[in-house]
Design a protein around this ligand. Structure first.
Ligand SMILES: Nc1ccn([C@@H]2O[C@H](COP(=O)(O)OP(=O)(O)OP(=O)(O)O)[C@@H](O)[C@H]2O)c(=O)n1
Ligand SMILES: C[C@](O)(CO)[C@H](O)COP(=O)(O)O
Length: 402
């Protein structure tokens, strides 16, 4: 897959003579750090940087600190336009002139904190949805304000996400949408997600990363310099700590012709007795993530006594637990599940289940494992009275240094 890195801005809000993407943080230019992070990802094979017409010398200087393996992935830089949208369009056109990739990632040069986990999630979500943007919950209450300063509306904060880059798309879809927007005179879209929405494409939001800040104001540059300065010189205030959570769930069989496992409907001789859709895999996974967060269990957040959850599709329980991880500034590293059942056999459905869980959790397929076992005819599973699932979730959460 290819990446377009937009670096043609002037950095007016940061101030100073040198645009922010060429300023040094922890001894290297912001753009060098951004390119090094993207190039280190094995899924990214070509990087198209977009620079201002007068920035060739700045750009060349950035390459000095870039490892040869990273430089090998760089296409010749191309010239940007007066707006971010125009610069992205120029980057896409340059890629199309060579060989159009299947997927494209669009990233701000001014976001040097991008990491492999975020790129993995962008790729996984674009592969399944076509258009994908990373979002993080907002901490402030957001107002929609009239031109005269009066508040028009206060959207519900739980529904809001602050959107970052990298944003990932099927190349053909984004390229066509950019061409159409320009032809119709639109040049003010502040991100490619908004342009894709305008073009009528469904855009999926996957968990972003609170650390992936955009350098926008002078204070952000100071903060980035501190963060990239080696820990021996300056201890970072926060570090990510790994946590493991486990979950377990059981449902009894009853009359029926299917069961739900991992968000996939599987034909079976029996159904399960449950208040919701009885998906033991998603319930165990939800509890595993809540366990890693030390945030209660599925019954606390979705009480069986609440009629809203009668017959509910369990993907929303897992999605809620995933949202809680993002809200705490965390990331999900791995999900591992074991189904305990005499029947149905899950072998034929394994990949569909992994794919669905990866979609709901916004993680790459390689971060989801599903296994199954019978219990050698022992116990309630062995007597085919019901089925069960156990799960483990590994996540990382920011912890303040003591
Ligand atoms: N005409 C433009 C404007 C912006 N960008 C890039 O888009 C990203 C996000 O934009 P922003 O942070 O707003 O950068 P600037 O436009 O440089 O900042 P300012 O608005 O403060 O001038 C940056 O990497 C910037 O270089 C670009 O390639 N071409
Ligand atoms: C693309 C973006 O980074 C998503 O948050 C943002 O919209 C860029 O806006 P800017 O005004 O160009 O900084």
């Amino acid at each position: 897959m290819a990446a377009v890195v937009v670096a043609a801005g002037r950095g007016i809000r940061v101030g100073g003579d040198t645009p922010k993407q060429y300023r040094r943080v922890g001894g290297q230019a912001v753009l060098t750090r951004t390119l090094a992070a993207l190039a280190a990802h094995p899924g990214i094979t070509r990087i198209q940087v977009v620079i201002a017409p007068d920035a060739a010398a700045f750009y060349d200087e950035c390459l000095d600190d870039l490892p040869p393996a990273a430089q090998a992935k760089l296409a010749r830089p191309t010239e940007g336009g007066a707006t971010r949208q125009a610069s992205v369009r120029a980057g896409l056109a340059a890629l199309a002139r060579e060989a159009a990739p299947d997927l494209v990632l669009v990233h701000d040069a001014a976001r040097p904190f991008v990491d492999a986990g975020l790129i993995d999630r962008a790729i996984a979500t674009a592969q399944s949805h076509g258009a994908a943007v990373p979002g993080v919950p907002v901490s402030d209450t957001i107002k929609v304000v009239e031109p005269d300063g009066r508040v028009r509306e206060t959207p519900k904060r739980e529904d809001l996400r602050a959107v970052q880059t990298p944003q990932a798309f099927r190349f053909a879809l984004l390229h066509e949408a950019h061409g159409r927007a320009a032809a119709e005179g639109h040049d003010g879209f502040t991100d490619d997600g908004a342009l894709a929405e305008w073009a009528g494409l469904p855009v999926a939001v996957f968990p972003g990363d609170l650390r992936n800040r955009k350098i926008t104001q002078a204070a952000d540059l100071v903060e980035a310099d501190r963060a990239f300065t080696s820990p021996s010189e300056s201890e970072p205030a926060m570090t990510l700590l790994t946590r493991l959570g486990t979950g377990f769930d059981v449902h009894a069989f009853t009359e029926g012709d299917h069961v739900w496992l991992g968000g996939v409907r599987i034909p079976a001789d029996r159904g399960v007795l449950a208040h919701s859709d009885g998906d033991v895999v998603l319930h165990a996974l939800t509890d595993a993530i809540l366990g890693a967060l030390a945030d209660g269990d599925i019954g606390v957040h979705f009480p069986p006594s609440d009629p809203r959850w009668r017959g509910a599709s369990s993907d929303q329980f897992l999605a809620d637990a995933v949202r809680r991880v993002a809200e705490r500034g965390g990331v999900i590293d791995h999900l591992d599940i074991t189904v305990l059942a005499e029947a149905p056999r899950i072998g034929a459905h394994r990949e569909a289940i992994r794919t669905r869980i990866a979609e709901i959790a916004g993680v790459p397929l390689s971060a989801v494992s599903i296994k199954a076992t019978t219990t050698e005819k022992l116990g309630f599973v062995g007597r085919a009275e019901g089925l069960a699932a156990q799960a483990a979730a590994t996540i990382r959460l920011p912890e303040a240094r003591a």
